[in-house]
Design a protein around this ligand. Structure first.
Ligand SMILES: Cc1cc2nc3c(=O)[nH]c(=O)nc-3n(C[C@H](O)[C@H](O)[C@H](O)COP(=O)(O)OP(=O)(O)OC[C@H]3O[C@@H](n4cnc5c(N)ncnc54)[C@H](O)[C@@H]3O)c2cc1C
Length: 372
């Protein structure tokens, strides 16, 4: 099967960034294997039967505060400026999320100013001596009523746990805005790849030194393919045959629908904190800007089983991960990168940052071995 400098397991952001850097900068020969039938990992996009561009693994919105990451990815794509907006279905109304001045005024039929809203939040916020759980984070900012209406049900569906059982990190960035900013993210760069994520990944992997094998579990080729180094972006517990036990993940089932109408939702995403088994519905055309007579939507149903998507943010799973982390630190010749290999919920830009840092470490080690 030939010989390669590096075997990269996984063609998502982590694997593709590393393959691209290793081939382009170090001139390495790289084999990328993915057990799925496509590149791009969870960020993969494609057209449905009607020709509407969809994200099969749920909506992926690109946002970052890092100029470096944005510039790096801009080598492989042009962008479409896009700011994500979400509405929450609460008490029979569709209200801006995260909670802002308009949310409060529409919910209660008020017309507060920003400074009055500040006083309102201060009056309902519960004082917590210590912020330990994600419930603490929210009630200490906006009080129990807004927590119950907007967050509690959503979190229970999403995680199958009470917010009081989840680490504070889950809700750490939940804002209570007193202005009318209705953007979901506030990052400096917010944009979508103009021709989609998959096209961007194709460009990253287009180097003649990179070979891609799809529908292939790395275990079925790793002994047949000579390689000096491995980059592993799959689940860390699977790499070690679950020897310390299975790391818990929360999964999602996606129900995609194509509708014979041009538009369905008033915003890209509508959250359902209190009704239905699904958490949210997203209409892709808002995000991609595509013009088409049909539209495509996706419902997200959280589930305990299925593809590993979200590491469960509880102290027990963090303790179990630390056992695998100790194994990783002992191991020579394998670099673990990405959200599954790190057992951490990373956004796409964070995975790119982690991969670029891992590349620097590999490059430094290579130049050290060339010039001892
Ligand atoms: C529903 C959902 C929505 C999200 N929305 C956003 C968003 O809006 N914005 C954002 O920034 N981030 C979002 N993310 C996070 C984003 O998906 C990740 O940050 C990013 O895709 C992680 O890239 P990765 O390469 O680490 O992992 P992945 O994309 O999961 O890639 C890992 C690859 O490894 C392959 N693999 C695993 N095991 C093996 C094996 N044994 N052999 C061969 N191949 C293997 C897998 O098939 C997979 O393709 C979202 C995640 C989810 C689940």
């Amino acid at each position: 099967m030939g010989s390669f400098d590096t075997l990269v397991v996984g063609a998502g952001f982590a694997g593709s960034v590393l393959a691209e850097r290793l081939a382009n900068v170090l001139g390495q020969r790289v084999l990328v294997v993915d057990k799925r039938a496509h590149i791009g990992g969870n960020a993969y996009d494609c057209c449905d039967a009607a020709g509407v561009l969809i994200h099969p693994y749920g909506p992926h919105l690109f946002h970052t505060n890092s100029d470096n990451i944005f510039e790096y990815l801009s080598k492989f794509t042009q962008w479409r400026a896009y700011e994500h907006r979400v509405l929450a279905s609460v008490d029979g109304q569709l209200l801006p999320m995260p909670i802002n001045l308009d949310t409060i005024n529409k919910l209660y039929g008020w017309s507060l100013t920003s400074s009055e809203a500040e006083k309102f939040f201060a009056s309902v916020a519960e004082h917590k001596a210590e912020i330990k759980t994600s419930e603490d984070v929210v009630v200490s900012k906006m009080g129990r009523e807004l927590y119950n209406k907007f967050y509690r049900g959503y979190t229970r569906k999403q995680w199958g746990l009470e917010p009081s059982q989840l680490d504070a990190s889950v809700a750490a960035r939940v804002p209570a805005r007193t202005n009318r900013d209705s953007r979901y993210f506030t990052d400096k760069h917010q944009a979508m790849p103009l021709h989609g994520y998959t096209r961007m990944f194709e460009k990253m992997l287009a180097h003649p030194n990179i070979e891609v094998m799809l529908n292939t579990d790395y275990r079925s080729v790793m002994h047949a393919v000579a390689h000096k180094h491995m980059v592993y972006t799959g689940p860390v517990d699977a790499f070690f045959d679950h020897r310390h036990g299975k790391l818990p993940y929360r999964s999602l089932q996606f129900r995609h629908e194509t509708l014979q109408q041009a538009q369905y939702l008033p915003a890209a995403t509508v959250n359902y904190p209190n009704d239905h088994a699904y958490t949210r519905v997203t209409e892709f055309k808002h995000i991609t800007g595509q013009e088409h007579a049909c539209t495509s939507i996706v419902y997200e149903y959280p589930s305990a089983s299925g593809e590993p998507y979200y590491p469960v943010p509880q102290p027990e799973s963090a303790a179990l991960y630390r056992k695998y982390e100790a194994e990783v630190e002992q191991l020579q010749g394998v670099t673990f990168v990405g959200r599954l290999a790190s057992y951490r919920y990373y956004n796409m830009d964070q995975v790119v940052a982690q991969a670029l840092t891992a590349f620097k470490t590999i490059a430094a080690a290579q130049s050290f071995s060339f010039h001892p």
